[in-house]
Ligand binder design. Structure first.
Ligand code: 13P
Length: 254
């Protein structure tokens, strides 16, 4: 059975001091469970909280990286830097990066390759816009982002990748996708993996859903076997609400 993954994407929120207080608070609210992995993705400037004793039960993720290891790239952060801070994961290809900062499929692919080269597990985000869904292009868009994102990756390295399906229209809108819509896209993603790397690789792949996940609706998404966890934005910023999402996932997995 695939281990569920609950990831809190803090986006551009919280100073290092606020992050430390959050981690201590969250650690007091959640219990350990082997069946659910909890991942926190603070901004780069707060990743040092990964070294706190209270952070021991969490894994950490960067929210992005640059594909070069080092060099004259003002403002950028590399995979070895994230690794040195204790990150296990890195979120790549988030729709906000694609839309606001010009990350295209080719750049995202270079980032995925760089992460894997340094032993970081990419959480590759893909998802269609509202217009694309209305025009019936969801499958085409999602497969394009997936295939381009995974270009040049070996089957062995592919084991370390998780996919987050985040329809752009569901992010920050309070309008989560319906479980049936998610289920259908997740099946498309898993079939693509099966064609590329075989059934066993596809069965092992964790596919998360992201987009307006809240304590009140998380349970709706855990009912389908195709959804292996969630990438949570605004509802992860309050430790109490994130802890409720985590505990419901843990209960659903017992
Ligand atoms: P919200 O949960 O705020 O919709 O954000 C989702 C997201 O973008 C997570 O990466």
């Amino acid at each position: 059975m695939r281990r569920h993954l609950i990831v809190g994407n803090w986006k551009m929120h919280k100073t290092a001091a606020e992050a430390a207080a959050y981690v201590r608070r969250l650690a007091g609210l959640v219990r350990q469970s082997a069946k659910v992995e909890i991942v926190l993705a603070p901004p780069f400037t707060a990743l040092s909280v990964a070294a706190l004793p209270a952070a021991r039960r969490f894994a950490f993720a960067g929210q992005d990286l640059h594909w070069e290891d080092a060099g004259a790239y003002t403002g950028e952060i590399s995979a070895p830097m994230l690794k040195a801070l204790g990150c296990r994961y890195v979120i790549l290809g988030h729709s906000e990066r694609r839309r606001l900062f010009g990350d295209d499929d080719a750049a995202i692919n270079r980032k995925v390759l760089a992460a894997l080269r340094h032993g970081l597990r990419p959480i590759l985000c893909i998802g269609e816009s509202l217009g694309e869904r209305r025009r019936g292009q969801t499958t085409r868009v999602v497969l394009r982002q997936l295939q381009n994102g995974l270009r040049g990756i070996s089957k062995v390295a592919g084991r370390h990748i998780a996919i987050a399906y985040e329809p752009v229209w569901a992010i920050g809108t309070g309008q989560a996708a319906a479980p049936e819509q998610i289920d259908s896209v997740h099946r498309t993603i898993r079939s693509c993996f099966a064609r590329k790397w075989g059934r066993r690789a596809a069965d092992r792949l964790r596919i998360l859903y992201g987009g307006s996940v809240k304590p009140d609706n998380i349970i709706d998404f855990l009912g389908t076997a195709e959804i292996d966890g969630a990438l949570v934005g605004s509802a992860c910023l309050n430790p109490r609400s994130f802890a409720r999402i985590i505990s419901q996932t843990q209960s659903a997995r017992q």
